[in-house]
Design a protein around this ligand. Structure first.
Ligand code: UDP
Length: 255
């Protein structure tokens, strides 16, 4: 009879199988003033994602008829095990936050027809209130839900001729820990991963962005394929969660 290791069961710190994501909880309308406001929880990682509409676009898009979506990402000082200095205290964003917020913006823009959105900007803010691995991926998935709510808020007042969102977008981390490919790493796993990778996908099953790092050691093609397979399992599970959370709003996205 195969042992637990061979069955891939209960080997992880939190008892998950290698192909299992953490518990996901998505709370919409979390705060009052943003058109989209979501508390996104993936296990112990918690991110507040808001989406706010501004009726103008950056200068480079003025008169183009096209809208814009942009994102900011930050970690609260008390969100990490040792206090994380506020970005503003350093008078400039740290490189990691900058990289992450650009990733979030690209992920969201990949599923939106900016011309259909019209000349308006949607500002998405992702604030990590508790970090336990996978904050950028939780930010992307949570930001997508906030974006849908913001787009629907516009639609209610000024109906779109063409609905601007063409697909859902979700993201998940994968990695190789002690030689084993794993899905959705928590901090303990992330901090000892030999390889780690963030995978952004849309609801058509296509890849939007892959960020893979073999800093500890290089990874081979077989490991890459294993990680992409796990990421597909994870993102498919997240799409199911999106359907549950967004209900009929998701039907419109997937149409
Ligand atoms: N982390 C931290 N302080 C930092 C950056 C990261 O404590 O300044 C922790 C946090 O738990 C985070 C994890 O390390 O989720 C992994 O960070 P990484 O840069 O890989 O990004 P993430 O996985 O959060 O997208």
């Amino acid at each position: 009879m195969p042992n637990r290791r061979e069955r891939g069961e209960g080997m992880r710190v939190d008892g998950r199988r290698n192909d299992e994501i953490r518990n996901v909880k998505v709370t919409r309308n979390f705060t009052k003033y943003s058109q989209g406001s979501v508390l996104m929880e993936m296990g112990d990682t918690k991110v507040i994602c808001t989406a706010m509409i501004e009726d103008k676009v950056p200068v480079f898009l003025k008169g183009s008829g096209s809208g814009w979506i942009t994102a900011e990402y930050s970690m609260l000082p008390g969100s990490t095990q040792t206090r994380k200095q506020r970005d503003i205290a350093k008078l400039r964003l740290d490189g990691r936050s900058n990289e992450i917020q650009r990733l979030i913006g690209r992920a969201l823009r990949s599923v939106v027809d900016l011309t259909a959105l019209g000349e308006r900007t949607i500002w998405v803010d992702c604030d990590v209130i508790q970090a336990d691995g996978g904050t950028r991926t939780a930010s992307i998935t949570g930001a997508f839900v906030a974006l849908v709510d913001a787009v629907n808020a516009i639609d209610k007042v000024t109906p779109f001729k063409r609905y601007p969102i063409s697909s859902a977008v979700t993201a998940i981390s994968v990695g190789v820990v002690h030689g084993e490919p794993m899905l959705d790493l928590c901090y303990v796993e992330d901090s000892k991963a030999e390889v780690d990778m963030n995978v952004v996908m849309n609801s058509k099953g296509d890849f939007i962005e892959l960020q893979g790092t073999g800093e500890e050691r290089p990874f081979n093609n077989i490991e890459l394929m294993d990680m992409l397979e796990l990421a597909t399992i994870g993102n498919t599970a997240l799409i199911e969660k999106m359907k549950e959370t967004l209900g009929s709003s998701m039907d419109r996205v997937l149409r």
